[in-house]
Design a protein around this ligand. Structure first.
Ligand SMILES: [Zn+2]
Length: 177
C-alpha cells in the first residue's frame, strides 16, 4: 500500500487570501482517467493535510470537484467524490464550529442547514443523490461553498469576519501564515 501511495502526487493547499478561493469553479465535462487520477491525488492531499474535505480550488484548480471523508479513512463508504454538486434540499439549522485547510488554525461557528440533499456526478460522470446531516451536512455545504468561491469566514457576522481578517493580516505581516 505504501508503495502505491508514493506515486500519488500530493498537492500544496492554497491559503487565503489567494484570489482563486473567491472564484467560482468551472463545471467538469470530461470524465476520464486524468480526472480519476486527480480525485486520488485530492484524497491523498486531504489526508496529508489532516482534513475531512477538500475542494479543487484549494489546490489551485478552478473546477467543480470536491472530496469528503468525515470518518477520516475509518469507513470506506464515507469516502465521497462530488463532481458538479448542487444542494437540492435543505432542512433545519445547525450552528457548529468549522475550520478550513485554506485558513489554518481559524475556527468559528457557522450557521448551516441541519440536513441537506445533494445531487452530484461521480468520477465516471454518473449522477446520484446523497443526504447528509450534522457533520456530513456541514461538509457538503462548506465544500460546495468552495466551488462557488465562498469561504466560511464570509458566512460569519460582519464584526467577526473583520476581526478574523485583521488577525490573518497580522499573521501574514509577521510571516506566520
Ligand atoms: Zn474549506
Amino acid at each position: 500500500m505504501a508503495k502505491e501511495n508514493k506515486d500519488v502526487k500530493i498537492h500544496e493547499i492554497v491559503k487565503y487570501p489567494d484570489p482563486i478561493l473567491n472564484k467560482a469553479g468551472e463545471p467538469i465535462t470530461v470524465f476520464d482517467e486524468d480526472l480519476r487520477k486527480l480525485v486520488e491525488e485530492m484524497f491523498a492531499s486531504m489526508y496529508e493535510a489532516h482534513g475531512i474535505g477538500l475542494a479543487a480550488p484549494q489546490i489551485g484548480l478552478s473546477k467543480r470537484l470536491t472530496v469528503i471523508d468525515v470518518s477520516f479513512k475509518k469507513n470506506p463508504e464515507d469516502k465521497l467524490v462530488l463532481i458538479n454538486p448542487e444542494i437540492i434540499e435543505r432542512e433545519g439549522e445547525q450552528y457548529e464550529e468549522e475550520g478550513c485547510l485554506s485558513l489554518p488554525d481559524i475556527r468559528d461557528k457557522v450557521r448551516r442547514a441541519a440536513k441537506v440533499k445533494v445531487r452530484a456526478q461521480n468520477a465516471k460522470g454518473e449522477w446520484f443523490e446523497i443526504e447528509g446531516e450534522e457533520l456530513l451536512a456541514r461538509a457538503f455545504q462548506h465544500e460546495i461553498d468552495h466551488l462557488d468561491g465562498v469561504l466560511f469566514i464570509e458566512r460569519l457576522s460582519r464584526l467577526k469576519k473583520d476581526l478574523t481578517v485583521r488577525k490573518i493580516k497580522k499573521l501574514i505581516k509577521n510571516g506566520e501564515w
